[in-house]
Design a protein. Structure first.
Length: 127
């Protein structure tokens, strides 16, 4: 929580201060505003970006509400505790398919893989 910029590999960028959904025109205008305000070229600003390991697993389920399952909730809480201060976890249902998306990112790739595997296993068992 508390983030006001988010994005997906699909290209969606959400600027929560301006909109709650992806808006390409708004994103472009904000990038241009930063370029004008900073007086620096995009190539220089882009060098500041340091990607971290990220893993997304889509877990198919057949019925029910796996995110309401006590074991899944416990696995999510455990994963968040393990990532505390070192990364983040996002677990959400797909808006278009019977999938639960389990995504983690952080500096420690082994930890990221471990928490995604643990949460995904709990979701599979519940759904």
């Amino acid at each position: 929580g508390g983030f006001n910029v988010g994005g997906e590999q699909s290209g969606h960028i959400i600027l929560h201060d301006h909109a709650t959904t992806g808006d390409g025109l708004m994103s472009a205008l904000q990038v241009l505003a930063v370029l004008v305000e900073s007086g620096r070229p995009m190539s220089e600003l882009a060098r500041q970006f340091e990607p971290v390991p990220q893993l997304l697993e889509n877990v198919r389920f057949t019925g029910g509400k796996p995110l309401e399952d006590a074991t899944v909730k416990a696995a999510i809480a455990d994963a968040e505790a393990r990532l505390a201060g070192q990364g983040r976890l996002l677990v959400r249902p797909s808006g278009t398919e019977k999938l639960i998306r389990v995504m983690a990112e952080g500096d420690d790739e082994a930890l990221v893989k471990s928490v995604v595997a643990d949460v995904s296993a709990a979701v599979k068992a519940a759904g």
